[in-house]
Design a protein around this ligand. Structure first.
Ligand SMILES: [Zn+2]
Length: 704
């Protein structure tokens, strides 16, 4: 919107920019500043000509920014002057990860950093985690400086964002997609390479476990629905590019690159990337160019692999069948079928794990493309206690445990000492719940049994979140009433008494999400008033607002006074924003009406305020109040698609459909969908989000 152009990534150009701004501002752009001329309070800055770049990579920022910790050899980080106090403790790590990542990537790609300098600019309310403008990455200020008390996992995920944007400088900025139908190519690679880089920089971090946790479940959650799309999508017009962003591009594509590296081995994978970049410097290329490079580097024909995984939608469910005689395996078969029942099979390369109670597991590499394969080397092995067909998460798909293995996980999961394996098995149990093979109540009791001794911060948090999800959606009110106080007591005990600080923070977040009864809400009030504190943890503004939101949502008698007290804390812009966000949780009809009108009709309302308030508006205990807005929310979709930024529609649908649990609401959405005049993209997005409501209804019916 700043200048007329054909906004098409293969029309690259060199840009020159001059900016006139108040003298006490800083101006940052793609290229280094050449000279600045000051006339009283105004300064004119002229920037050097850029390298050849696409229009979507051009950018400048101007404002009261300050450069912190300027150090030779470390990249520049620009922060708003008003946020310097928050930034000072965080900047050194941001710079170090980026500097080390830059060295690693230049070596990995055998291509030096392709632009003359690299700045990072922290932008308030930025609608994405980051954006990789050539030489000048913009980052979401709150994602870098943390609004909640941070843990090791938060810092790790921040490093991933930094390395993702950094990788784009090569993969995206230096060699660019020809058109947006290959958007997944740059996003998948940036995400995959961020983890690959962390695996080299921080090997103690169990990086591939984190990769599984952060990447895979979100991909499967879309890919197992009727709303899923292939990774490669036809994008006839720039306007349609918006629709392509989502978990298929960011998560499935990323997961598949790991599967590809496993299939053709790491060295061939790296050599192919080197070739691809060297053949298209400051130019454009497409998926077929990269497939060609992979084929040459590996000596393998990848056509079948590429067609099945990239051009077609959906994913396989892989099941195992095995039997023993005289303590020896006499057969092990893997069977794949399309999760959506749409036929076809996929070429799969995976590692099968035969697990034992008292000895080391056996790992078997298996490749197959047919519906069924017999795993020959399994024959004659000692009879395992369990089998898991996606060890170390190399492959992509739903790997359902067989009945015997699931029973083993339920009984012994706490005794699985490797945190990565334990995480994968917890994932398998959760899949069993979602695919109506295991009662949610049983999952909750395995969770209650094992959570007290779970020492892995990220795994503890994920079990806690899934337990809250199951309590709020998958079980009936009576079971929820029985189990909620047990989870609350556990969370209260652990948040004060865990010996590990990160665990205390994660238990605090878990309690905030679970607290529903007066004793638990009282703990939140004592934390807010300062009567209680968590040892070693200083709660931050968003921690406090989450507690206030819970009090409001549960209509606690003291909620109003805590809400008003919180509105008096902190700088004005924050107070206004977060009181808007939390206020949406107030459980009365008039309040809901006010917010809904505001969402659709207040053109001046900031988009990130709305996005963040959608969850509180649709708080899990308020389905009766929010149900009347379900249909209007659906009917507003075409308008929102036109007006809002790329991730908004998904968040909107997830909040409004996700706020419902009843069969009646499920039927209502299906009926509406049957007669609505919707474009294909919106229809698919509704189907993606409707899937979990369908599941909720099925699970409740199956386990009355
Ligand atoms: Zn990206």
């Amino acid at each position: 919107m700043a200048f007329p152009c054909f906004d098409q990534p293969d029309l690259k150009a060199r840009f020159t920019l001059g900016v006139t701004a108040p003298t006490d501002w800083s101006v940052i752009s793609n290229a280094p500043g050449l000279m600045a001329e000051t006339m009283s309070t105004i300064t004119a800055t002229q920037f050097a000509e850029t390298r050849s770049i696409s229009t979507y990579l051009f950018a400048f920022a101007a404002g009261p920014f300050e450069l912190l910790n300027r150090t030779a050899g470390l990249p520049n980080v620009w922060v708003r002057k008003s946020q310097v106090h928050r930034a000072v403790p965080e900047i050194p790590q941001i710079q170090t990860v980026t500097a080390n990542g830059l060295k690693f990537l230049a070596d990995y790609f055998a291509q030096p950093f392709p632009f003359p300098k690299y700045d990072m600019v922290l932008i308030p309310g930025f609608p994405y985690g980051g954006m990789e403008h050539a030489g000048a990455t913009f980052l979401n200020e709150d994602a870098m400086l943390f609004r909640t008390a941070p843990t090791e996992t938060d810092r790790f995920n921040r490093s991933i964002t930094l390395l993702h944007e950094l990788t784009h400088q090569w993969f995206g900025d230096f060699t660019t997609m020809r058109w947006f139908d290959d958007l997944w190519l740059k996003e998948g690679f940036a995400q995959y390479m961020a983890y690959r880089t962390m695996a080299a920089l921080a090997p103690a971090q169990d990086v591939w476990k984190r990769f599984y946790e952060q990447i895979k479940p979100a991909a499967y959650a879309i890919d197992e629905t009727l709303g899923t799309t292939p990774i490669y999508q036809d994008i006839p017009n720039l306007l349609d590019a918006k629709s392509a962003y989502g978990a298929i591009v960011y998560n499935k594509a990323t997961g598949l690159l790991r599967a590809l590296a496993f299939l053709i081995r790491d060295e061939a994978f790296r050599n192919a990337l080197r070739t691809y970049l060297h053949e298209h410097p400051y130019g454009n290329a497409q998926w077929s160019d990269l497939v060609g490079a992979f084929e040459r580097a590996s000596g393998k024909n990848l056509e079948e692999w590429a067609t099945a995984w990239i051009r077609q939608r959906g994913m396989p469910e892989v099941t195992t069948d095995w039997s023993c005689s005289d303590d020896r395996l006499i057969g092990l078969t893997l069977t794949q079928q399309n999760v959506l029942g749409e036929g076809r099979t996929w070429p799969i390369a995976t590692e099968v794990l035969l697990g034992y109670s008292n000895s080391e597991p056996v790992r078997l590499r298996v490749q197959f493309s047919d519906a069924t394969t017999s795993v020959a080397p399994a024959k004659g092995q000692a009879c395992p206690a369990y089998v898991f067909a996606n060890n170390d998460d190399y492959s992509y798909g739903l790997f359902s445990p067989d009945t015997k293995s699931r029973a083993y996980f339920e009984q012994h999961i706490g005794g699985v000492s490797d945190p990565f394996r334990r995480t994968l098995f917890w994932g398998a149990l959760w899949d069993s719940v979602r695919f109506v093979q295991m009662a949610p109540k049983d999952y909750l009791s395995v969770a209650l049994q094992n959570l007290p001794s779970e020492t892995d911060e990220a795994l503890m948090r994920s079990i806690g979140q899934r337990s809250a999800f199951a309590l709020h959606k998958y079980v009936w009110a009576q079971i929820r009433g029985e189990l909620t106080p047990q989870f609350e007591s556990l969370a209260i005990d652990r948040l004060f008494h865990s010996t590990d600080q990160d665990l205390r923070i994660m238990w605090f977040r878990t309690l905030t999400g679970l607290a529903a009864t007066p004793p638990a809400l009282d703990q939140l009030k004592d934390l807010l008033s300062g009567k209680l504190s968590i040892p070693g943890v200083e709660l931050r503004p968003l921690d406090r607002w989450s507690m206030v939101t819970a009090l409001l949502a549960h209509n606690d008698p003291a909620a109003k006074s805590f809400y008003e007290a919180e509105q008096k804390r902190g700088p004005e812009d924050e107070r206004l924003k977060y009181s808007y966000v939390a206020g949406a949780a107030k459980p009365d009809a008039e309040n809901k009406k006010w917010y809904f009108d505001d969402y659709l009709h207040d053109a001046a309302r900031q988009e990130d305020w709305i996005e963040q308030s959608l969850g509180p508006f649709n708080f899990w205990n308020q389905s009766d109040l929010t149900e009347p807005y379900l249909r209007p929310a659906l009917e507003a979709l075409p308008q929102l698609k036109q007006q809002r930024k790329i991730f908004f529609i998904l968040r909107w649908l997830s909040a409004f459909i996700g706020g419902q649990q009843s069969a009646a609401a499920d039927t209502e959405v299906h009926q509406w969908l049957d007669s609505a005049q919707l474009d294909k993209d919106l229809r698919l997005k509704v189907l993606q989000e409707l899937d979990d409501l369908d599941r909720t209804v099925k699970i409740r019916e199956a386990f009355p």
